[in-house]
Design a protein around this ligand. Structure first.
Ligand code: ZN
Ligand code: ZN
Length: 120
């Protein structure tokens, strides 16, 4: 059965430089490739900003941002917000235990409820 068009799920692809060094040099290009076993797509990181991709965690489509592309496997806002949300709540709880005044800071809690809907 021929494979249908799919949204790529990207992961960081480390390209060795010609001299065999495997660490990054400032200004060197960073690539992301599709994790699909039948797909050979590979793109320049800069090219992917604003492109649609599939989240490796929940499978939902999302638009890649520069922040996403700092991750090994870029994920959708819902999945990254969930992680942030948990860390935020943990920090809040700690602060309250210490009876210190809390900064209002970010209030991004509205996405948390949907977190489990798309999990497989
Ligand atoms: Zn692909
Ligand atoms: Zn996701």
């Amino acid at each position: 059965m021929p494979r249908k068009e799919h949204l790529h799920t990207y992961e960081l692809y480390k390209k060795r430089s010609e001299k065999g060094k495997c660490h990054y040099q400032a200004g060197s290009k960073i690539y992301f490739r599709c994790t699909d076993p039948d797909c050979t797509a590979i793109y320049d990181k800069e090219f992917l900003v604003g492109k649609r991709a599939r989240c490796p965690l929940c499978g939902e489509a999302f638009i890649l941002t520069k922040a996403d592309l700092k991750l090994l496997k870029p994920r959708c806002l819902g999945c990254s917000d969930t992680k942030k949300g948990r860390a935020y709540r943990a920090a809040q709880a700690l602060l309250q235990q210490q009876m210190e005044p809390t900064e209002p800071g970010e209030s991004k809690d509205e996405d948390e409820i949907e977190e489990d809907i798309f999990l497989r």
